[in-house]
Structures are given as C-alpha cells and as structure tokens.
Design a protein. Structure first.
Length: 446
C-alpha cells in the first residue's frame, strides 16, 4: 500500500530545492566571472596592448580626428591619410556610423591611437557589466545568475569584440537599460528609457527596430523620447559634423547598407564568419563587396517576411516584465539576422536573448524540451570562430557548409525561443516558485 507524501514534507523539499538552486546560481556566476577575468586580463589583453594599428577602433578614432579638423569623417581616403601621417597604419576602414556617435568617443581627442584603443578595451568591459546589470533587473533569479556565469566563462564573441575595438557593448548597455526603464509605470522612467534607446540608435542604427517595436505596441512616450533624443544628439554633434555632412550620412551612406555598400567597405560579403540572411542570398549569386540586385531583393523579402511573422507572433505577448523582455530579445535577435554583415563581434548582442531564454526556461514559459535545442545552439554560438573556420576548410562539401552556417541557425533558434516565451505565462513547477528555479534548468538552457 503506497504512502501519500505529507504536504509539509513536499513544501520543505521544494524550499530546499529553491535554496540550493539560488546557491548554485551564484556559485556558477562567481566561477564564470573569475574565468572571464582570467581570460580578459591574460590572453585577451595580450592581443590588445601594444597593437599600434588599433584594429577596428581606428575608424572611430580617425573619424573623430577628422571631424575635429573640419574634414569629412565619411571620407575614407582622408582618414587613411591621417593614419599614415601618424605612421600607425596604411589605411583605415570606412566610418559609417551616425554623426552623434563621435560625441561618445570625443574623450579620445587628446589621446594617441594606441592609448585610446587600450582605454576603450577597459571601458568596453564596464559596458558589459552595465548590460548584465540591466539583464539582472529584467529577470532576477538563479537561472539568470547561472546563465550569466556560463556566458562570462565561455562566450567567445565577447573577447572578439574587445580586441577588435568594436562599439557593440555600449550600444547593448544603452539599449537594455532603455528597454528596462521603458517598461516602468512612471512616465518619467519611460522618457528615460526612450532617451537611452535614442542614444543607442545614434551610435548604431539597428536599435531603431526596437523603437519600431515600441510604436507597434503603442508605447508612444518611449518611442517619442527616443526620436527627440536622436534629434537633440544630432544638434549637439553639429560642432563636430556640420549639417551638410550629417545630411550626407542619411542621403548617401545609410542607403548603401541595404546592398552591403558600407561607405565603400572592402570586406567581401562572402567572407567566412558572416552569419546574416543577406549572406545566404549572396552565396546563391557569388556576390563580391555588394549584393547583386536579385540577392538584395531576395534578402529584403526574406527580412520583411520574418519581421511580419514576428510581429504576428508578438501581437499578444504577456504583460509582465519578463514577457516584454522576451519579446524585445526576439526583435534583438532579428537585428542580427537582417544586416548584410553579422560577424563574431556583433554576436555579443545575443547575450540578451540567451539570458532571457534561460530565465524563460526556468520559469516554465518554455517547456524543458527547448533545452535540447538551446544547449547545442549555445555551443555553436560560443565556439571560437577560428576553430570553426579551420574545421569548415578541413571537412568541405555539404558538411562543411552546415558547420559554417551553424551559428546562423543557432541564432535563429534562440530568436524563435524568445518569441515563443514572450507569449506564454510562467508555470510553477515543484522545484520553482515565483520565478525562482534550480540552476539545473539554466545549465540545460545553455
């Protein structure tokens, strides 16, 4: 004859599971942070210090120097001439960011290229911390702590972004805090959130898709604040970039993004490691440095179809903060799929959907079966691209192609998981309550 479980014993078991889950989440976060710091201050810093050419950061630096000298920052030969005069590098990649971006790097004006590049490395690490803090405010709990620990320890695009001197993490931090504040009840906080999103848009144009998502949800205050901030930042940038040059960006530089003409960027679209939808279309037509017209049309239609599908899916998202975060995370994933270029350093933006997917899995918004697809997706996303590229060359054929595009399909999977989670309510499980979950769920999600 079976024995019924005493309710008090069941509650004690659940309470014990939650307690150990919280402990495990913080332990994983502490270990991840420790391993991250070891990598950051060791191999990653070794790839930064003393590098006179400053990799991609040189474009920001010389665009700033050019603007300060009343030279067009979008004139690539002029930037290269400045670099040669300082004997730092022969040429500079084109600058193709919105004019107010230069305000965010204006602190580097009196510094040498090398000093500014090394300072940017450490500032970039602080922006990563700011982004993680915003994610914690969106989805606090042991699953989030564990997910952050795993990401800090193993997510290689972070380090790629650091040593390339890219600007993705400050954009991510402004974007995440903007999203968090925009979901607050107070109008003042929504204005703050919109202002931060406007700042993100004026550093890179892609967060504008999240402003469009606000408009779709009729969040007029946040969207309006983002637009007003963009205008104010453009006015503030006039001493560096006059009106004619600002108009040049919007009339000449920005329209070229759709075809892959990033102000004359010479990086081939088909360079291995490009994880975007336009890259797939480019492969069909053997594209060079710009998309052939059929590939451009095909990519545009595919992007529009995905955007329409996502809008339809999110038409009834759950009204709580995690539901809104999951919806925004799926839009954020789409922001990586639609541009012509999506390289490793851009993939730091996926920290947002990855953490939210883990929190959604732990809360029951995603069924545990999702762990079976999220786990291998994370492995694909986190693996060093240099190792993947070497394996692609060795394997070749269809197998090599599938491996080459593994990060693209993983990105699509994480985006889909967040879109599903955005429309589902949390489910209380025996080992979870009030959004708390054992860290085993987070480990499974990643």
């Amino acid at each position: 004859m079976g024995c019924a479980t005493h309710p008090l014993m069941s509650q004690q078991t659940a309470s014990s599971a939650r307690r150990w889950g919280r402990i495990a989440g913080w332990v994983i976060l502490a270990l991840g942070l420790t391993l991250h710091l070891v990598q950051l201050t060791g191999p990653t810093w070794d790839k930064v210090r003393g590098v006179k050419h400053a990799r991609d950061y040189a474009s920001y630096y010389y665009a700033l120097q050019a603007a300060h000298q009343d030279i067009d920052p979008y004139d690539t030969p002029a930037l290269s001439k400045l670099a040669r005069a300082e004997k730092t590098r022969r040429s500079v990649h084109p600058f193709f960011y919105p004019p107010p971006f230069l305000l965010t790097v204006a602190w580097a004006l009196p510094m040498s290229l090398l000093d500014a590049y090394e300072a940017w490395f450490w500032l970039d690490s602080l922006f990563l911390l700011a982004a993680l803090l915003a994610l914690w405010r969106m989805a606090p709990g042991p699953a989030t702590a564990a997910a952050m620990g795993v990401i800090l320890a193993t997510y290689t695009p972070i380090h790629d972004n650091h040593w390339m001197g890219q600007a993705n993490l400050p954009v991510l931090a402004a974007m995440l805090w903007g999203l968090y504040f925009a979901e607050r009840e107070s109008t003042g906080w929504r204005v703050t959130g919109g202002a931060l999103m406007g700042l993100a848009c004026m550093m890179k144009m892609s967060p504008g898709l999240l402003v469009a998502w606000w408009l779709y949800r009729r969040k007029w205050t946040a969207a309006g604040a983002a637009c007003v901030t963009a205008v104010l930042l453009s006015l503030a940038a006039l001493p560096l970039v006059n009106l004619d040059l600002q108009l040049r960006f919007y009339q000449e530089v920005l329209p070229g993004f759709a075809s892959g003409d990033y102000n004359g960027l010479t990086v081939p679209i088909l360079l291995k490691g490009n994880h975007s939808i336009p890259n797939l279309w480019a492969q069909l037509y053997d594209a060079g440095k710009t998309l052939p017209e059929p590939a451009r049309i095909g990519a545009s239609l595919t992007n529009l179809a995905l955007l329409g599908l996502l809008a339809w899916r999110l038409r009834r998202q759950t009204p709580d903060l995690l539901g809104a975060a999951a919806a925004a995370a799926s839009v954020s994933g789409l922001m990586l799929l639609v541009p012509v270029y999506t390289y490793e350093h851009h993939m730091v933006q996926l920290i947002f959907p990855l953490v939210i997917a883990a929190a959604a899995l732990a809360s029951g918004r995603l069924q545990r079966g999702w762990a079976a697809v999220l786990a291998p997706s994370y492995v694909a996303l986190a693996w060093w691209w240099s190792a993947v590229a070497a394996a692609v060359t060795e394997i070749g054929g269809a197998g090599g192609w599938l491996l080459q595009e593994a990060k693209f399909f993983a990105l699509l999977t994480v985006c889909a998981a967040c879109a599903v989670a955005a429309t589902r309510s949390p489910v209380e499980r025996p080992d979870t309550a009030s959004g708390d979950a054992a860290s085993g769920d987070a480990a499974a999600a990643l």
